[in-house]
Write a protein that binds this ligand. Structure first.
Ligand SMILES: NC(=O)c1ccc[n+]([C@@H]2O[C@H](COP(=O)([O-])OP(=O)(O)OC[C@H]3O[C@@H](n4cnc5c(N)ncnc54)[C@H](OP(=O)(O)O)[C@@H]3O)[C@@H](O)[C@H]2O)c1
Length: 381
């Protein structure tokens, strides 16, 4: 029986992964949650994992609620548990260390946490390769690219074309300075955690995905582009050197890329991209009619996308600073401490001030800490 461990089990990806585990009858051997006591207890009672990690603030209460379970306060113990695939779905840079630990222990990782790839890039691949561990993407766009690349040579690829829904503010309101957190938290097509939903509205999510694709597929940034696909049906496309294009289409339902990512992680590790089994799945067939429109991105309206490209071009630790500044900016926006248009301005300022440095585990940590402190200093008082 397939054994999975989930990092971020109480979140949007985590709960949908559990739904896929119910479909497929997988054994859930380990769960890592944060502070959602009620939900992690409920999940533990249903799936009976061998180990659960939680935030230290709810450690005692979780132990009292689950007296016969092994409860720890260290997600790395979940990341390195005996399983076939670890699902990396702790958001932000906090997801990097358990991802690194899982790969270092030779675990295959189905990766939802884009920030790990954006910030850890080359270092993540070094660890995976040294330990014969597979990384399969869970983000719908990267899953789409993966599916288009099955059986192809990356050297035959001319362009990776990521699609974006355009978020809630694709066309309106004309004046984005009026946007409130409540407005930005309403995504037209996807139900996701708060951080990724706000990032979707600014297109920073797409920017992070561009960087994720750059590092994940070890593919030149200049040959990655973005198109708006309002229906969220075409999840991404690959243009080959002969100018033929492959696209992957699917319903905007994360359970599909989650399932594909885990199934492809289970394939023998002979090539980086190997495809996966396609079992019957209890979802309605897709409605293609009227849903396939494509448009160019309005770069002026969404400056965060350009900032992500700029950070990728700078290389080194610049993506780490971009990511940290975005986390602080989004949090401040959600707490009504920064206006919506202030998000891009804050990130731009941090990028301009970021000292150049080679990417190492130490420079990731120090740049992240510096960028967070500096971004907080720059917040309106
Ligand atoms: N949601 C999507 O559709 C989607 C799509 C593509 C990619 N992603 C990526 O997947 C990742 C997860 O997104 P999400 O939407 O599922 O986020 P989410 O709904 O906010 O859930 C986050 C999960 O991680 C846990 N967590 C947070 N900080 C933690 C920490 N420091 N240590 C241990 N656990 C921690 C949370 O625990 P508690 O809730 O218990 O505190 C929760 O289980 C992100 O990197 C996101 O960019 C998400």
């Amino acid at each position: 029986m397939t054994r999975i461990a989930i990092l971020g089990s109480t979140g949007s990806i985590g709960t949908q992964t559990l739904e896929v585990a119910r479909w497929r009858g997988w054994k859930v051997v380990a769960l890592a949650a944060g502070k959602n006591l009620e939900l992690v207890v409920q999940q533990a009672k249903e799936f009976q994992p061998e180990i659960i990690s939680v935030d230290p603030s709810i450690l005692q209460a979780t132990r009292e609620a689950l007296p016969h379970s092994k409860i720890v306060a260290d997600a790395n113990e979940v990341a390195t548990s005996q399983c076939d695939v670890v699902i990396g779905a702790i958001p932000g840079l906090a997801g990097l260390e358990p991802t690194r630990a899982a790969l270092a222990a030779g675990r295959h990782v189905a990766l939802a946490n884009k920030e790990a790839m954006v910030c850890g890039g080359k270092l993540i691949w070094q660890i995976a390769r040294t330990n014969n561990a597979r990384i399969t993407p869970m983000d719908s766009e990267h899953s789409a690219l993966y599916q288009c690349l099955v059986g192809e040579k990356i050297t035959d690829v001319a362009e990776l074309i990521l699609t974006a829904s355009g978020g809630p503010f694709r066309d309106t309101p004309e004046d984005l300075s009026t946007v409130t957190p409540a407005m930005a938290l309403k995504h037209p097509n996807w139900v996701m955690g708060a951080k990724v939903t706000i990032d979707s509205s600014t297109l920073m999510n797409k920017g992070l995905e561009v960087l994720e694709a750059h590092y994940l597929y070890e593919f030149p940034l200049e040959q990655i582009s973005v198109l708006i696909q309002p229906g969220s049906i075409i999840h991404s496309m690959v243009r080959f050197k002969d100018n033929q294009i492959k696209a992957q289409l699917g319903a905007p339902d994360m359970r599909l890329p989650i399932q594909y990512s885990i199934l492809s992680a289970l394939e023998p590790l002979t090539t980086k991209i190997s495809g996966a089994e396609r079992p019957d799945t209890p979802l309605e067939p897709l409605n293609l009619i009227g849903n396939l429109e494509l448009r160019a991105v309005n770069q002026e309206r969404f400056p965060c996308l350009g900032l992500a490209f700029a950070a990728g071009k700078l290389g080194g630790v610049a993506p780490v600073a971009l990511n940290a500044a975005d986390e602080i900016a989004v949090q401040a926006f959600l707490e009504h401490r920064l206006p919506y248009l202030g998000i891009a301005k804050l990130i731009e300022q941090i990028l301009a001030e970021t000292p150049k440095a080679e990417l190492t585990w130490e420079s990731i940590a120090s740049t992240d800490a510096w960028a967070r402190t500096r971004a907080k200093e720059l917040l309106p008082q």
